[in-house]
Design a protein around this ligand. Structure first.
Ligand SMILES: NC(=O)C1=CN([C@@H]2O[C@H](COP(=O)(O)OP(=O)(O)OC[C@H]3O[C@@H](n4cnc5c(N)ncnc54)[C@H](O)[C@@H]3O)[C@@H](O)[C@H]2O)C=CC1
Ligand SMILES: CC/C=C\C[C@H](O)/C=C/C=C\C=C\C=C\C(=O)[C@@H](O)C/C=C\CCC(=O)O
Length: 143
């Protein structure tokens, strides 16, 4: 994909989660992986900019979205000892709402179409819709 390696450039969107920006007591391993997605995205986006890859890498962090994944908490094999907290996760869904997948798709299209977006961390919640996490250390880089 890299322009300086025979590719034509492009856009990569990594899917994190709000659990990648906030603690998720009932999903610690999942939250750790989603925090990692954000760190990786921001790091490789900076590298792509420095190296003139012609590739933009961004991430999307939705809250709860109406997909079959939400049913995963109903299976103890998925939750392990935290299975006893599944109703608390369901309470969170009731509290925070569940997003329609089409809004996530819109956010991804926005990132694809915004040539200035690189290293962006897009958040999508029922309360605030599509918005961005801003980090003091390193702002979005442009390519
Ligand atoms: N549903 C939610 O509340 C949220 C989901 N996310 C993230 O969004 C991403 C997608 O999740 P959902 O669509 O909700 O999950 P899902 O489990 O409903 O759908 C995932 C789909 O990916 C397919 N799949 C699995 N491995 C694949 C592979 N190697 N190649 C191609 N397809 C494959 C599965 O067959 C399934 O149809 C995940 O990374 C999830 O962590 C993030 C925040 C909220
Ligand atoms: C079983 C579902 C598995 C994973 C779904 C998803 O990946 C996990 C989400 C975990 C927590 C979601 C919390 C949602 C919180 C809210 O929507 C609001 O309280 C907004 C909170 C923080 C966002 C702050 C902001 O909008 O800047």
């Amino acid at each position: 994909m890299r322009k300086n390696n025979g590719g034509h450039g492009g856009v990569i969107i990594n899917i994190s989660s709000l659990a990648g920006l906030t603690p998720a007591a009932y999903q610690p391993v999942y939250s750790a992986s989603k925090h990692g997605v954000i760190g990786f995205t921001r790091s490789i986006a900076a590298l792509a900019s420095i190296g003139n890859y012609g590739v933009r890498i961004n991430s999307v962090c939705p809250a709860f979205v109406d997909t079959p994944l939400l049913e995963s908490i109903e299976k103890e094999e998925n939750m392990g000892e935290l299975f006893k907290y599944k109703d608390r996760i369901k309470d969170m869904m009731k509290c925070y709402g569940v997003l329609d997948p089409s809004l996530i798709a819109k956010g991804m299209i926005d990132l694809i179409e915004d040539d200035a977006s690189n290293g962006a961390v897009m958040k999508i919640t029922t309360s605030r819709g599509i918005h961005f996490e801003e980090f003091g250390v390193q702002q979005k880089t442009k390519i």
